[in-house]
Design a protein around this ligand. Structure first.
Ligand code: ZN
Ligand code: ZN
Length: 352
């Protein structure tokens, strides 16, 4: 809250309405699905509804809790009036037009602004890092167990379900997203999810998954081969791995995020596979599995100490399949520290 107030002062923002669920959690500790925070220089109020009367007081200590009597907009307007705010800045990336319209009333100016709390969230503190490591441990332990089920005849959908079950069994309250298990030609679709396809001998299988811990998510991808890989499979996997390592080596405080993307992309392009790598090299992860910064050619942000993001180049060849390798890294003053511990060389699972 202190960092946010300093940032607000710097930007000349006297009253900020925080509406994105993850931001509310970040600022107050409140985990309910319905809550907004009105932050001013002196005080802050958490606005929620009857369902969260007890939970909000337990989780969000040290902040005034307002239980809305009628509708949300009225509770926000009343709270703004009570703290003497005549201008309310809101996060234009999270508030819907419908809700903005409902907030309108004479004497209260509304100003859209970028997601300031989301920007603060990009830099993780020790406790957040520990939670992310915990999520990674849950995901990795589950992946290691899953491997014994990956063999010819196994169905992608069942492997995805199994992986999710394992992660939840280890304490993850939910999966970061529906796990992706893309085998054979399905591997050419970066976000293939799962299908009813059965794994065949000789397939590459791309598995993209993430677990949760204390509200924080991780995001990991590995590509395995079922049986002995062909020279072509080895070649593409090796290219993606080299691209990933080049990107990780580039990531250090002060470097533009787009340079991290460029490091991976140049290598893949030089090998003639540029057109088969059509997504960004990485994204921040934390309370949301996809958050800032974005590591893409269009990114205008810089890598900063304390950031946690993924590095995940891939090559997707229609009719052939694909390879993606995704790790989570933490930015220290000396550069990127890889948080993921699973091996990265092409692992070939023995067939039955
Ligand atoms: Zn992923
Ligand atoms: Zn990712």
């Amino acid at each position: 809250m202190l960092r946010l107030r300093l940032l607000m002062k710097e930007k000349g923002i006297s009253a900020l309405l925080v509406t994105r669920q993850e931001n509310v959690r970040y600022l107050t500790g409140f985990t309910g699905s319905s809550g907004s925070v009105l932050v001013t220089g002196g005080r802050s109020s958490l606005i929620t509804d009857f369902r969260y009367r007890l939970q909000s007081r337990r989780e969000a200590s040290g902040i005034a809790v307002v239980i809305q009597k009628t509708d949300w907009a009225r509770a926000v307007r009343d709270t703004a009036a009570r703290v003497g705010a005549d201008t309310l800045w809101f996060d234009e990336s999270s508030l819907t037009l419908d809700r903005i319209k409902k907030l309108r009333q004479p004497g209260l100016r509304l100003k859209g602004y970028r997601d300031l709390v989301g920007e603060l969230r990009q830099r993780k503190d020790e406790q957040e890092l520990a939670s992310i490591r915990k999520a990674i441990a849950r995901a990795e332990g589950s992946f290691r167990e899953l491997k014994k089920y990956i063999r010819p005849g196994a169905v992608e959908r069942e492997l995805g379900l199994k992986l999710e079950f394992l992660m939840r069994e280890k304490g993850s309250r939910k999966a970061a997203f529906d796990p992706i298990v893309a085998s054979g030609r399905n591997g050419a679709m970066p976000h293939a999810s799962v299908s009813d396809r059965r794994i065949k001998q000789g397939d590459l299988v791309t598995i993209d998954f993430g677990a949760e811990a204390d509200g924080y998510f991780c995001d990991i991808t590995r590509t395995l081969s079922v049986g002995k890989p062909t020279p072509r499979q080895r070649e593409i996997h090796d290219l993606v791995l080299r691209a990933q390592q080049a990107a990780i080596a580039t990531a250090r405080p002060g470097v533009p995020c787009k340079s991290v993307d460029k490091a991976a992309r140049e290598l893949i392009t030089a090998a003639g596979q540029g057109k088969h790598f059509g997504h960004a090299t990485g994204h921040g992860a934390g309370l949301m599995v996809h958050e800032g910064p974005s590591l893409s050619a269009l990114s205008r942000e810089k890598v900063g100490q304390g950031m946690v993001f993924t590095v995940e180049p891939g090559v997707y060849i229609p009719g052939w399949g694909g390879v993606r390798i995704e790790d989570m890294v933490y930015i220290t003053e000396n550069g990127a520290k890889v948080l993921t511990t699973l091996p990265k060389e092409l692992e070939s699972l023995k067939s039955l």
